[in-house]
Ligand binder design. Structure first.
Ligand code: PLP
Length: 365
């Protein structure tokens, strides 16, 4: 049995008619740049997240850069985040000429909030919590620290669309929330796409300008901006897929439950943190910590199961980046141990069970 790590064609097959007709409509009308479908998608996202504004951009990386810039982050400022993230989080800070200050994560793979306060200096201006693998940072504690020190919070929610903490959605709890619609994400475009969610009208307005060369109207330029619009064609695709989002999240949660139920007795692995309670996880990824991780990867590959070892070298230890002065023991340990098992709604129970039996076979259980 083959278990690919992602299966884009299968998802397309399941909704082919709707997708084809949405794309045909766009092409026949020539609605390519900032048209109704972008407005509709922004409205869908704002309603879904429970925020006032959502602004479509071309990626989450730009969503992060624009949010930081619009919040006034500039040269010399310090921004606290984690190294255990996709590198874009750190890049965004660098592109604002600010300094990333990296703190360690906890056993749940997200920012260890207890490590934040000791890293605050008089230059600290913002914190970027990364809601990793579909699991949120404890935003009560983080917001409390941010408030006390007068810091901005920009949420990196690229991996957490639909995740919640205390019934509040990821991306709705800071000044801005940044999302990615990269194809493998919970809601994936047929290319790159992103969005900024916010309740702040001024910030939303500024990001609308930044994404489109500072143009307020076709002829009036207010600031130096970028080419970073959300493609109308991608927005149309995302509007079709959006109807399935809740259903897809439920299926991911179900798959996670099967993995957890049947792998709990494998002593050589650690399953994702069992959060529950105040946390609603959406399992963008199903990441385990595994003994003999690299051998497991090869063994599963031989069994035609694709897994992912994304960051064998933690972000801060890449040569030449000058970020290696941070003391992040768990981050460094995780880089040696974590492996993502296949996780997407189209996986069948048979495939999930096959992955489970192969993991058990590897550890000779
Ligand atoms: C945590 C995190 N932040 C930021 C990004 C960047 O998103 P994009 O590829 O849309 O720029 C990603 C993408 O994988 C991500 O996982």
């Amino acid at each position: 049995m083959k278990v690919p790590f992602v299966n884009y064609p299968l998802q397309y097959k399941n909704i082919e008619t709707e997708i084809d007709s949405a794309i045909k409509k766009i092409l026949n009308n020539g609605d390519l740049i900032l048209r109704q479908d972008v407005d509709d998608f922004e409205k869908n996202m704002a309603d879904f997240l429970g925020v006032k504004y959502a602004v479509g951009v071309n990626s989450c990386t730009d969503a992060l850069i624009f949010s930081l810039k619009s919040a006034g982050i500039k040269e010399g400022d310090e921004v606290i985040t984690v190294s255990h993230t996709f590198f874009a989080t750190i890049e965004a800070i660098i592109h604002c000429r600010a300094k990333p200050v990296l703190v360690d994560v906890g056993e749940d793979f997200v920012m260890d909030v207890s490590k934040v306060e000791s890293n605050i200096t008089d230059k600290t201006k913002a914190i970027i919590p990364v809601h990793f693998n579909g699991h949120m940072v404890d935003m009560d504690k983080l917001n409390e620290i941010a408030k006390r020190h007068n810091l901005i919070i920009i949420e990196d929610a690229a991996q957490a669309l639909g995740a919640a903490f205390n019934n509040k959605k990821a991306g709705s709890l800071g000044l801005a929330g940044c999302f990615s619609f990269y194809p493998a994400k919970l809601l994936g475009a047929f290319g790159d796409a992103g969005i900024v969610a916010t309740n702040d009208q001024v910030l939303a307005k500024n990001i609308r300008l930044l994404r489109n060369h500072g143009l307020r109207t076709k002829t009036e330029i207010l600031l130096f901006g970028f080419t970073s619009r959300l493609d109308n064609l991608q927005a149309a695709v995302l509007n079709v897929k959006f109807k399935y989002l809740d259903q897809w999240i439920q299926r991911r949660r179900k798959i996670a439950e099967i993995y957890k139920d049947k792998l709990f007795d494998v002593k050589n692995i650690k399953l994702p943190f069992n959060s529950g309670g105040r946390f609603f996880d959406v399992f963008q990824n199903f990441v385990i910590r595994a003994e003999k991780r690299d051998e497991l990867f090869i063994f599963l590959k031989e069994k035609e199961i694709e897994t992912l070892v994304k960051d064998p070298v933690p972000n801060h230890l890449h040569l030449g980046l000058r970020l290696d002065h941070f003391n992040l023991p768990l981050t460094e340990r995780l880089a040696k141990e974590v492996i993502s098992l296949p996780m997407y709604p189209e996986l069948t129970d048979e495939q999930v069970n096959y992955v489970i039996s192969c993991v058990k076979e590897f550890y000779k259980l």
